[in-house]
Design a protein around this ligand. Structure first.
Ligand SMILES: NC(=O)c1ccc[n+]([C@@H]2O[C@H](COP(=O)([O-])OP(=O)(O)OC[C@H]3O[C@@H](n4cnc5c(N)ncnc54)[C@H](OP(=O)(O)O)[C@@H]3O)[C@@H](O)[C@H]2O)c1
Length: 333
C-alpha cells in the first residue's frame, strides 16, 4: 500500500520555507503484531515543530534530514494487528505529517468521540491543554486570590492556562495581539482583563492591568514581553517558561535583561516540558474533561483544511498570529 509523507530535506534558517520539505510517495511495510495502521485525519500544528527542525541538543531529538516531519495527529484505524484497537477506532498519537501512520497500539490513545469532537483531543485534552495544566499547577502553583499573567492568552496553551487559573480562584490577566483577540480572552474565556501587546500604549496598559503585581507569570512568548513582566513580579513570584514563540525564528534571540528582578524578589523562573508528565496524563485529562462538562473550561479549535503539501503554510499561521485557539490541520486529498 502506498503512503504519502512530508520529509524534511534541510534545516531552516529563520522562518521555515516550503522548499525545505519534499512530498514523497513510498510503500508501507506490513503490519507487525501489536501495530495499527492509522489514516491521519488531523494534525496538531505546534510552535514546537519549529524547534524540532533544528540541529542540536534539546528535550527531544531533532527530526533527521530525510525523515518524515514529526507531528501529533489523530485518525482512524484502517488495519489492525492489535488486541486492543479495532477497525474504525479513533486514536491520537505521533502520526507524523503523512497520510498513513503505523504505530504500536501502546503508543496510541483511543478517543471517545461520542462526547467531544476529535479536535478537542488535540487541543485542550491533548498536548496543549496538558502543558497548561501541569505548567500552571505544578510549576506555577497558583493560590486563590493571587494574580496570574498569561502571555499568548488567545492561543491553545494560554487559553487553557488562564481558564484553569480562574478555576483556582485567581485574578487572571492575559496578553494577546489585537483588540479582537483581547475581547475573546475576556468575554469568551473569562479572564479578568487582557492587554493588547500590539497597541502603542502596551507598557502602560500592562502596568495598569496589574495593580497588585504578578504572582505567577505563565509565559508562552518570551523576549520583550518576559522582560516587561519581570519588572512587575511580586515577592516569591513564579515564572513558568512554557515557550518563547517570539524567539523561535530569531537568528539573534532576545535574552532577559531584567533577570535581577528574580534576585530582588526572591522569585523563580522555571522551564517545563509537557512530556515529563506522561505518567499523569490520564488523570489530568479526566479532570479537564470534567471541567469541560461542567462548563468551566471551553475548548476552541482553529481548523484549516489543507493538503499535506501545504503543511508549511499552515505552520506559518502560528507565527503570523492567525489562529485563535488550537491550530489544527485537517487533511484533504
Ligand atoms: N514546554 C512545553 O512542553 C510546551 C508544549 C506545548 C507548547 N509550548 C509552547 O507554548 C506556547 C504556545 O503554544 P500554542 O500551541 O498554544 O500556540 P498558540 O498560542 O495557539 O499560537 C501561537 C500564537 O503565538 C502568538 N505569537 C506569534 N508570534 C508572536 C510574537 N512574535 N510575539 C508575541 N506573540 C506571538 C500569536 O498570538 P497573538 O495574536 O496573541 O500574537 C499566535 O497566534 C509556544 O511558545 C509553544 O512552544 C510548550
Amino acid at each position: 500500500m502506498q503512503n504519502t509523507a512530508l520529509k524534511l530535506n534541510a534545516r531552516p534558517v529563520g522562518l521555515p520555507t516550503k522548499d525545505i520539505f519534499d512530498l514523497v510517495s513510498e510503500e508501507l511495510p506490513m503490519l507487525e503484531e501489536g501495530q495499527v495502521l492509522i489514516k491521519t485525519h488531523m494534525l496538531s500544528i505546534d510552535p514546537a515543530m519549529r524547534g524540532w527542525m533544528n540541529e542540536g541538543r534539546s528535550y527531544i531529538r531533532p527530526v533527521r534530514i530525510g525523515e518524515t516531519m514529526r507531528a501529533l495527529g489523530a485518525g482512524q484505524v484502517v488495519a489492525t494487528k492489535s488486541e486492543i484497537l479495532a477497525l474504525g477506532d479513533w486514536v491520537s498519537g505521533t502520526t507524523g505529517v503523512q497520510q498513513y501512520a503505523i504505530l504500536p497500539d501502546t503508543d496510541c490513545v483511543k478517543l471517545d468521540t461520542t462526547k467531544l469532537p476529535v479536535e478537542a483531543y488535540l487541543g485542550t485534552l491533548g498536548m496543549s491543554g496538558l502543558t497548561a495544566y501541569f505548567g500552571l499547577l505544578d510549576t506555577g502553583q497558583p493560590k486563590a486570590g493571587e494574580t496570574v499573567l498569561v502571555s499568548g492568552a488567545a492561543g491553545a496553551v494560554g487559553a487553557v492556562a488562564g481558564q484553569i487559573a480562574k478555576i483556582k480562584g485567581c485574578r487572571v490577566v492575559g496578553i494577546a495581539g489585537g483588540p479582537e483577540k483581547c475581547n475573546y480572552v475576556v468575554n469568551s474565556l473569562g479572564f479578568d482583563a487582557c492587554v493588547d501587546y500590539k497597541s502603542a500604549s502596551f507598557k502602560k496598559d500592562l502596568k495598569e492591568a496589574l495593580p497588585a503585581g504578578i504572582d505567577v507569570f505563565y509565559d508562552n512568548v518570551g523576549g520583550e514581553i518576559l522582560d516587561l513582566a519581570l519588572v512587575v513580579i511580586n515577592f516569591k513570584a513564579r515564572i513558568v517558561i512554557c515557550g518563547a514563540i517570539s524567539q523561535y525564528n530569531a537568528t539573534t534571540p532576545w535574552g532577559p535583561k531584567n533577570y535581577l528582578s528574580l534576585l530582588v524578589n526572591r522569585a523563580r523562573m522555571e522551564g517545563i516540558v509537557v512530556f515529563d508528565n506522561a505518567p499523569n496524563y490520564k488523570s489530568a485529562v479526566q479532570e479537564m474533561a470534567g471541567w469541560i462538562a461542567e462548563g468551566k473550561l471551553t475548548t476552541k479549535a482553529y481548523v484549516v483544511e489543507a493538503p499535506l503539501a501545504d503543511f508549511n503554510d499552515v505552520l506559518l499561521k502560528l507565527f503570523k498570529s492567525e489562529n485563535t485557539g488550537k491550530l489544527i490541520m485537517k487533511l484533504v486529498e
